[in-house]
Write a protein that binds this ligand. Structure first.
Ligand code: CAA
Length: 258
């Protein structure tokens, strides 16, 4: 499938999606988000793919929703089309893990898109921000909710109210990103992590993703119960027998997703 705003490559069970609107610093317009939703859906049902990496360019992961596309829209346009909700929902429905690899700007919708992925690694040049306040609006694809869960109320309020940017060191310190690497190593490192995940049982990987994401949606008690039931259910799989058997036999497990 050819896309105009994305470059998609698949190698060794890992798909790499590059956002590709260089003239607009990968600003998220309807076409790009529509293609991204379509590409993710296709990769999710592609048996050759076990993990997905989403990245941008050295200068920008994405500099936000496309201001040129939005500037003249009315409330009726935005509310009537539920602007960006279907694309956001499509990203969240993906069952395979998605790693965001961020270099340069991840602002507004760009920061929100990175936070919709399962985890974020970034390069030393990364700059995260929710500068919508400077445009007379607020975040619209989850920023006020997700950033607050990542970095806490105080920092989230600071970011949303002032529109300031957070650098890579602060992002790592605050729990927004899991690792910081030199710019040239960003994509190779993200692909190496993805390949490591691709070696695990796809069933367990999906269970981890469901259980960790459930922690955002429910009480601690219900989340722990959900986790325990998934843990119990995995004892019905061949991969549990293989994983534990391989440990006891001091060999590498050969998972078969069963
Ligand atoms: N939408 C549309 N175009 C954008 C864009 C955006 N969000 N961000 C950058 N661009 C375009 C610029 O208009 C410019 O295009 P032209 O050459 O045609 O003028 C090109 O990308 C390069 O940008 P700059 O010349 O501004 O580059 P810079 O290096 O001087 O600055 C920047 C980089 C600080 C990221 C600056 O571009 C910027 O502040 N961008 C806007 C960031 C922003 O406000 N994002 C939030 C958008 S609203 C949102 O995302 C709502 C939501 O939650 C859904």
């Amino acid at each position: 499938m050819a896309y105009q705003t994305l470059i998609v490559e698949i190698e060794d069970s890992v798909a790499l999606i590059r956002l590709n609107r260089p003239d607009a610093l990968n600003a998220l317009n309807s076409q790009l988000l529509g293609e991204l939703a379509e590409a993710l859906k296709a990769l999710d049902s592609n048996d050759k793919v076990r993990c997905i990496v989403l990245t941008g360019s050295d200068k920008a992961f994405a500099a936000g929703a496309d201001i040129k596309e939005m500037a003249d829209k009315s409330f009726v346009d935005m509310f009537g089309s539920d602007y960006f909700a279907p694309e956001g929902e499509a990203i969240l429905r993906v069952r395979k893990p998605i790693i965001a690899a961020v270099s340069g700007y991840a602002l507004g919708g760009g920061c929100e898109l990175a936070m919709m992925c399962d985890f974020i690694i970034c390069s030393e040049t990364a700059k995260f921000g929710q500068p919508e306040i400077n445009l007379g609006v607020i975040a619209g694809i989850g920023g006020t909710q997700r950033l607050t869960r990542f970095v806490g109320k105080s920092k989230s309020m600071d970011m949303h109210l002032t529109g300031r940017f957070m650098d890579a060191a602060e992002a790592e310190r605050s729990g927004l990103v899991s690792r910081v690497v030199p710019p040239a190593k960003l994509v190779p490192e993200a692909l190496a992590i993805a390949k490591k995940i691709a070696e695990k049982s796809a069933l367990t990987v999906m269970a981890v993703k469901e259980a960790v994401n459930r922690s955002y949606e429910t009480t601690l008690r219900e989340g722990v119960l959900f986790e325990r039931r998934l843990f119990h259910a995995l004892f019905a799989t061949e991969d549990q027998k293989e994983g534990m058997g391989a440990f006891l036999e001091k060999r590498q497990p050969q998972f078969r997703d069963r």
